[in-house]
Design a protein around this ligand. Structure first.
Ligand SMILES: [Zn+2]
Length: 281
């Protein structure tokens, strides 16, 4: 990616219509630079719509990503749900290819009382199968990016994601820093923690990974069970300014998708702050 770009998860609220096309126009008007298309309740997009989205986003230089359906569980105890999850991810990838998005993210799985060591190989195998079916469908330029999840019952901590990105071709990560705070019960928050995560990514996956990151950010409300709901930045404990400083210092490039309830307002707030600060080191 050419630089760190800021945008929203779903079309900005101030878009003329709640369509992706209208969202792309609004992103560009606001001076934001990317948009995550939400397929969280299912993948629905006609070929005509995808073609128009592809054309407008390229013309306005708005980079696109997608978020797969919420009901995915690649390690479900019910076998047919695993296959259905993989099918939904393939559909998401096809939509990405059609609209010109180079990545999609999703919540990969639940532990369901099992250990990380038990669930990891199941998820890994499913992602390998997914990658194979992407290639069989001629989808070579769409990255599979499992997300750092917000609850300790969900598979998807930083270690698991790094390992998947390391071991499965075509897999990268989506780092949700608000989820990192929530799943740690609030322990992960502040410059040293964020910088520590970036250091871990850099040392295990290499500098190139930091040059094309996919990031989710918002304020977040959580309990001992992890994520409850998203908050606007100023109402949350998360030290978002420290995160911006860490992203600057580590020369991170890629997409920052704002998932605060006020979408574009917080996206612009982060972008403005990020652009106003200098990097250290
Ligand atoms: Zn998500």
């Amino acid at each position: 990616m050419d630089r760190l770009r800021f945008g929203t998860g779903g079309s900005p609220f101030s878009s003329q219509k709640r369509s992706t096309l209208s969202g792309i126009e609004r992103i560009a008007e606001l001076g934001l630079e990317c948009l995550e298309v939400e397929f969280v309740h299912g993948v629905k997009m006609s070929a005509e719509e995808a073609a128009r989205i592809r054309e407008r986003s390229a013309a306005l230089d708005v980079k696109l990503s997608a978020h797969g359906p919420y009901y995915i569980n690649l390690a479900s105890l019910e076998k047919q749900k695993i296959g259905a999850s993989r099918a939904m991810l393939l559909q998401t990838a096809k939509a990405c290819q059609a609209m010109g998005a180079d990545r999609f993210t999703f919540h990969p799985a639940f532990y369901q009382q099992r250990s990380s060591e038990e669930v990891y190989p199941i998820v890994k195998e499913q992602l390998q199968l997914l990658r194979t079916s992407l290639l069989e469908n001629g989808i070579t330029a769409v990255q599979i990016r499992p997300e750092l999840t917000g609850k300790p019952t969900q598979f998807g901590n930083l270690e698991e994601l790094i390992r998947l990105a390391h071991e499965v071709e075509g897999v990268a990560l989506c780092v949700d820093f608000a989820h990192a705070q929530a799943r740690s019960g609030g322990q992960v928050n502040g410059y040293d923690d964020f910088a520590g995560m970036l250091t871990q990514i850099k040392s295990e996956l290499g500098k190139a990974t930091l040059e094309d990151m996919h990031i989710h950010m918002s304020g977040i409300n959580f309990t001992a069970k992890g994520e409850r709901n998203h908050l606007v930045l100023e109402e949350a404990e998360i030290d978002w300014r420290a995160l911006m400083q860490a992203l600057k210092d580590f020369k991170v490039k890629g997409l920052v998708i704002c998932e605060s309830p006020n979408l574009e307002e917080d996206a612009l707030k982060m972008q403005e702050y990020y652009e106003g600060i200098g990097g250290r080191g």
